[in-house]
Design a protein around this ligand. Sequence first.
Ligand code: IMP
Length: 429
Amino acid sequence: MSKRIPGIIVLIGAQWGDEGKGKGADIEAEEAAVVARFQGGPNAGHTLVVNGKKVVLHQVPSGILHPKPICLLGGGMVIDMAKLAGEIQGLVDLHTPRARERILIAKNAHLILPIHCIIDAFMDRDNRIGTTKAGIGPTYADKHYRTGLRAGDILLPNFEERVQAHCRQHVEEKPALAEAIRVAGSADFEQKQQKFLEACRNLRQHICDAVDFINTALERGETILAEGAQGTLLDIDHGNYPFVTGSNSTIGGVCTGLGVPISAIERVIGIAKAYTTRVGSGPFPTELQNDIGTLLQERGGEFGATTGRPRRCGWLDIPQLKFANRINGFTEIQLTKLDILDTLEEIMVCTGYSVGGAPVTASSVMNRLEDITPQYVTLPGWRKNTCGVRSFADLPKAAQGYVEWIQEQLGVPVTEIGIGPGREHNISR
Ligand code: IMP
């Protein structure tokens, strides 16, 4: 009987995505045999700075920048093969060691077809949700309609016909789509379709039985890093519905997305920014539509890695983090971008929500965050540059106090603190 050793380390965004998971994953990936994405698709964007070079990864797990890990695009993902082909080429151009050999695609991951991007843009034409227009929602919808195409289908002899049939079916069922394709330019659409098919042909050797692969690695006692995309408040079930993404970005998504038992999960790392940001539409209780919001946006470079959209900025929200902790069961927190607060005299933090004067929990109002009034405490700023600091003890006292206060509020240790964009700009404690 083979003994299963818990070996999965999970990284999950505790807020609205863009918490800096890429950097956390990059650090944790060093020792991992496998780094796996379990949900989402090219709506994610991880910006990493390695040896001064900026790298943006959308679908390939961050572990690829280390020489060792196998990088798995898991079955819970929706994959845009044309974009993936471009991303892999970019990694090859960066001389990433054995980039092609180390990328695997789960056969049960769903394929984003060009038609899904048209549907996404069409359905969200008024920016009601503010999606990334990357085809995420429509691809997950087809998965649940049980009409979707999966990576394993690429290996079937009639794959191309199935793609054409799938596309025809969409257009027949939704006549407005034919018009949307016409507006997008049907020649352009046909070109995208061909590019998609070509990418599928070129990437077919990466397709694997991911459940077998990952469980065999676990049985060998290897460490697996499960890298989340988006964040807890964008989870399709637990987030701020309907302003959410199409997948489970919380802990449950690891088991369903990778096909691993819950008992294999060893650590759950919550990634939280030292303040809060949100892209897309939807309520944002601690949003700062003032000079401080602009300062956070500019100092933090808060522009979407995927869409380039400016991110809305606000104070840290403790009820939101407590909610994220309840759902995910964080064993530790990595706090990112503390240095962005360096110039502030005072820092406000939301400690509670109320409706009509009565206190409420974040979970009870998750679908009507626009109705709540946030309660704040004001903490002292430190007004010192923290970027070169190497140890917790060398941080200004008020910065240490800010970190310790957050830790106390959540009852979870803050183990890593980000104080700059590079790998070296991190304090472990
Ligand atoms: P979708 O995932 O493209 O369907 O977009 C749904 C919502 O999730 C929109 O508000 C997006 O802005 C947001 N979203 C999707 N991916 C990310 C991400 O990686 N970071 C932050 N927000 C995201």
